[in-house]
Design a protein around this ligand. Structure first.
Ligand SMILES: [Zn+2]
Length: 230
């Protein structure tokens, strides 16, 4: 019964501006591998948080660097709420109710290795997959930033946070959708936003995250579990 209802709700979105379907991250134990065995002690999976990814993502304005293609309403055509990276299921944006202000790609003569998302007022920033926190730190460029290891060589970064959630620290396991902090403007940010990266490779203590490869979150395939709502 529920699947039928969701399908009808989605069809209605095209006909009249009904709300989009609700996206649910897959529940444990059917979810992705949480962490790299060599780095992570065995233990129960961290609890899932309150985040439910937005089904649609919009461009904030008609023009900005590396702006992805949109429909006439500004809805980004290549956005999928949940994507798959090396068998890890990730939310393609760590926010609710935010829109994009800058895309992935060359910008001002250097590479912009993530996407920028803005909401006013600022909104909570959530972990986009289960994993283990590698860094909770303040840097010149990213300001207050969090880096998470999701296993399978997949990592995510969240930059320019106003503050971190209470008790957040490196080494702890984190579930999907747990709050990491609040969107902010720390580091080299020129406006309120979160800078979100999806990275692959092997994090190590000498290079840290600087040896990882950055990817456009909009480039990954949609998680097939979303097919049930489309
Ligand atoms: Zn950015």
């Amino acid at each position: 019964m529920r699947r039928v209802f969701v399908g009808l709700a989605f069809a209605g979105a095209f006909a009249c501006a009904s709300p989009p379907p609700v996206v649910h991250y897959p529940q444990a134990p059917s979810g992705p591998v949480v962490s790299t065995p060599a780095q992570t002690p065995a233990g129960p999976r961290a609890a899932q948080g309150p985040f439910q990814p937005d089904y649609y993502l919009y461009a904030c304005t008609p023009s900005f660097s590396n702006r992805p293609e949109t429909d006439r309403s500004g809805r980004i055509l290549s956005y999928n709420a949940l994507v798959v990276v090396n068998n890890v299921i990730l939310a393609a944006a760590p926010t609710n109710g935010a829109c994009m202000t800058s895309g992935f790609g060359p910008r001002f003569g250097r590479m912009h290795k993530g996407i920028d998302l803005q909401a006013r007022p600022a909104v909570p920033i959530y972990s986009t997959a289960p994993g283990r926190i590698l860094e909770v730190s303040t840097q010149t460029g990213f300001g207050r930033q969090v880096l998470i290891d999701h296993g399978n060589g997949v990592y995510t970064r969240y930059g320019h946070l106003a503050y971190f959630s209470d008790g957040l620290k490196a080494g702890q396991q984190i579930g999907f959708g747990q709050p990491l902090g609040l969107m902010g403007e720390t580091g080299n940010a020129t406006a309120l936003h979160v800078h979100y990266e999806i990275l692959t490779g092997n994090y190590n203590t000498s290079q840290k995250s600087w040896g990882l490869d950055a990817h456009n979150p909009l480039d990954f395939p949609r998680w097939s579990g979303l097919d049930g709502v489309s």
